[in-house]
Design a protein around this ligand. Sequence first.
Ligand code: NAD
Length: 249
Amino acid sequence: MQEKVMIITGGSRGIGAATARLAAAAGYAVCINYRRNREAAQALVAEIEAGGGRAMALPGDVAEEADVLALFRAVDDAYGRVTALVNNAGILERQMRLDEMDVGRLGRVLSTNVIGSFLCAREAVRRMSARHGGRGGAIVNVSSVAARLGSPHEYIDYAASKGAIDAMTVGLAKEVAAEGVRVNAVRPGVIYTEIHASGGEPGRVDRVKDTVPMKRGGQPEEVATAILWLLSEAASYTTGAIIDVAGGR
Ligand code: NAD
């Protein structure tokens, strides 16, 4: 059984893929969850294996409880109890005002971003916590500076979903602090990934980068390094923390 076992949700591209690469190099057996893009997830596994690391690709929609249960059971069977969870899967829909949003959109955004993170955190705690006979572990939730900024005229639904993740991070951190489990979050700013194209704004990072004090967008690797630090023993006394990785935004 592996010493360090990580699950990364939505890990086939973007911040999740950058985190998977760094995690494999740091000695984790990496479980890359994907929703649709099996080819990209398998290509990432092949790349990690070619570099001497251990990885596997696992399908599943984090908003579906049955999928999350199956994902964690598959990891139990392959590598043993998970020791690190990165709640990275997230969606952003087209920019619009609240008075134009329908309930279907609100349901989709909250289901993936909030319920997905809660379900995966619950399954991780059931395996990591000393209350459940676990050997401890760490969780990092991927929030957003949108939780602080509110994203008016763009996507306050997304901002609100990330605000829920921040509150869960602080509350769960305290709930499991004495059980060997640390829970932290990162709040990326504008990062060059495909999420902006999914939201109908492929050029968004370049469009808003002048509003960033550092006058540039971030790279996925710059978020991944913060995630890896929070998961590592170097952060052994850090829990309930939310770190902005946003160029000062
Ligand atoms: P991305 O779109 O490349 O990655 C998101 C991944 O999550 C995709 O692989 C997608 O397929 C997956 N996913 C979506 N819904 C899922 C579901 N229900 N189940 C499983 N997987 C699902 O974008 P990214 O920027 O790498 O996003 C990673 C995280 O970073 C997200 O939580 C996002 O909200 C957050 N974030 C990104 C930025 C940015 O500027 N890129 C800023 C702040 C926060």
